[in-house]
Write a protein that binds this ligand. Structure first.
Ligand code: FAD
Length: 264
């Protein structure tokens, strides 16, 4: 009855601080603090709740540069059992196709899995491609916007919430699901788990020597997507208006200003 679950984790730049290089049109990642993609924290919570209910093991998987160890240590601190960092300079420059290919091959190497859980999208690239593409490489059933799952008689009974309806699916094992953001509140990191993550280092690092993938299918060479031009860097102008003094008067002024802006 126990479930072996793999969760996809991306360590992303904290987007409120991100800039775009005007020359290359790519994200400036250097010196930008990173966090575990918030959608993936919800996916980890979902997976850990399944482990709490049915037993088994949760493995976090990330394709990323070495600094993503900190993100994997965070989810190990939440209670994930083990983590795999797929990391190699040969994977650099990967678009979603090449990324999903490497992730699918890493999941194949993990081998003994019942369910793959992902976030619906990331807060940096935000394509929502990866779940569908990994499922496609592995020929797995795939459902996104998942909010609930019951495991009975060897099948997954999955609930998916869309804007106007709730749908239910019966999936065979193994399957891949992407979790709807805000359907769970991620649990806190526990000190004992975090210490184990840092001191015992249960993070395996796999390079392409471990996966043995064709160089034409990975990294820049395996990526058919070309960002030809970035037209503009979005700017969010802030007015920085501060209402001071008596709290009642300030709130009235705030409401008036928001009405004038058409926000209320
Ligand atoms: C031409 C091109 C070049 C690029 N070069 C680079 C580069 O050099 N370095 C770089 O970091 N990015 C690069 N990217 C971006 C990179 O392709 C995407 O960030 C990556 O494929 C994931 O897509 P996404 O963030 O839209 O994920 P989504 O599809 O929005 O994510 C859905 C879910 O998939 C899972 N997931 C996504 N990415 C990963 C991952 N890496 N590991 C584990 N699980 C994951 C998570 O659970 C996530 O919630 C490039 C993109 C393009 C188009």
């Amino acid at each position: 009855m126990a479930l072996n679950i793999v969760v996809g984790i991306k360590y992303v730049p904290n987007t409120t601080n991100v800039n775009i290089d005007p020359k290359t049109g790519t994200l400036v990642r250097e010196g930008v603090p990173s966090v575990v993609n918030p959608h993936d924290l919800v996916a980890v919570e979902f997976a850990l709740e399944l482990k709490d209910r049915y037993g088994g093991k949760v493995t976090a998987l990330s394709m990323a540069p070495p600094q993503a160890r900190a993100g994997l240590e965070h989810v190990l601190g939440m209670g994930v059992d083990e983590a795999i960092l797929v990391s190699d300079r040969k994977f650099a420059g990967a678009d979603t196709l090449a990324t999903s290919y490497v992730l699918a091959k890493a999941i194949e190497k993990i081998g003994d899995y019942d369910l793959v859980v992902m976030g619906h999208e990331t807060i940096d690239s935000s394509t929502a491609h990866i779940g569908a593409q990994v499922a496609s490489w592995l020929n797995l059933p795939y459902i996104y916007y998942v909010t609930g799952l019951e495991y009975r008689d060897g099948y997954f009974y999955v609930t998916r919430e869309l804007e106007d309806r709730v749908e239910r699916y019966k999936l065979s094992k193994p399957s891949l699901i992407a979790i709807k953001m805000h359907s769970r509140i991620p649990r806190h990191v526990r000190l004992e788990y975090k210490l184990r993550a840092v001191l015992d280092s249960p993070i395996k690092v796999w390079s392409n020597d471990d996966l043995g993938l064709d160089p034409n299918c990975i990294g820049l060479r395996g990526s058919p997507t070309v960002v030809s031009k970035v037209e503009f860097t979005p700017k969010v102008p802030r007015k920085n208006i501060v209402f001071e003094g008596d709290i009642r008067e300030s709130v009235q002024k705030l409401i008036k200003a928001l009405l004038e802006e058409g926000v209320l």
